[in-house]
Write a protein that binds this ligand. Structure first.
Ligand code: SF4
Length: 72
């Protein structure tokens, strides 16, 4: 997981240990990650085939904020 964190951090231009506002992280994802990138960035993740993260990146491209979670 640390290797994946490093890959994704490098992809959005943030250094390990660097602090950045969440809104900026979301903007960086929108600017630097395309939904289809999840297939290669996360190819060895067991959650990748479900498509939720790809869909999440697509959502961020449309609206620069995360959706609210449904009520528990
Ligand atoms: S597919 Fe989703 S859960 Fe898996 S590594 Fe990628 S972003 Fe994280």
């Amino acid at each position: 997981m640390y290797r994946k964190d490093e890959e994704i951090a490098r992809r959005i231009g943030i250094a390990i240990g660097e602090r950045r506002a969440w809104s900026q992280v979301v903007a960086d994802v929108a600017a630097r990650v395309k939904p289809h990138d999840i297939g290669s960035l996360c190819s060895d993740c067991r959650w990748e085939p479900y498509g939720l993260c790809r869909e999440g990146v697509a959502h961020i491209h449309l609206s620069p904020q995360l959706r609210e979670l449904p009520p528990a």
